[in-house]
Design a protein around this ligand. Structure first.
Ligand code: 5GP
Length: 193
């Protein structure tokens, strides 16, 4: 189904390697929004990290429940991210309802998920956020101190692969500081009003 057929709202896809500061940028963007932005809360089979809350960062589902919803076609897109058996997906209903209400729905999703969204929603406003260099990304991932060495190594590998797809996005933003990145994204979005 094409977005234009169902709504007056817009779809905004934001991707970028984990550790690029994407989540912070999105959080700030939502707070400072001069537009009716609404974050799509994804579903995942991974366990919550300390401080994460059900329905705020993610809907945490069992593998069985995720699979049931996937077979029931309840996802707009879903992917097994990082090849480690953790699934992530965007639930269709809240996104389409939000757009019907005129909201601009933000999907913070990985590159593979984004590519499948672009096929169905070519009008999506897509933004790739990255830290500028792999060295900087590694520094940020280590500062975060949420993952072990093996997980960091894997994320860097995935980041390298993801960076290769940045030209598939309408916009590419280097996240030097959260403030300037948020302001830049606001301006980009306002051009689509
Ligand atoms: P994390 O486990 O660090 O929260 O997220 C890992 C990755 O999963 C991030 O790159 C994030 O963009 C991606 N992700 C989060 N939600 C979704 C989703 O609904 N679909 C897809 N395809 N990727 C997602």
């Amino acid at each position: 189904m094409q977005a234009s057929m169902v709504s007056t709202g817009k779809l905004v896809v934001i991707s970028g390697p984990s550790g690029a500061g994407k989540s912070t940028v999105v959080r700030e963007l939502l707070q400072k929004a001069r537009l009716p932005l609404q974050l799509s809360v994804s579903a995942t089979t991974r366990a919550p990290r300390p401080g994460e809350q059900e329905g705020r960062e993610y809907y945490f589902l069992t593998k069985e429940e995720f699979e049931r919803r996937r077979l029931n076609q309840e996802f707009l897109e879903c992917k097994e991210v990082f090849g480690r058996g953790h699934w992530y997906g965007t639930q269709k209903a809240p996104v389409l309802n939000g757009m019907k209400d005129g909201n601009w729905i933000i999907l913070e999703i990985d590159v593979q998920g984004a590519l499948s969204v672009f096929e169905n929603y070519p009008d999506a406003i897509s933004i790739f956020v990255h830290p500028g260099s792999m060295v900087e990304l590694e520094r940020r991932l280590r500062n975060r101190q949420t993952e072990d060495e093996e997980a960091i190594r894997r994320r860097l590998e995935v980041a390298r692969e993801e960076l290769a797809f940045r030209h598939k996005y309408k916009y590419e933003v280097v996240n030097h500081t959260v403030e300037t990145t948020v302001e830049l994204i606001q301006q980009l979005l306002e051009q689509h009003q």
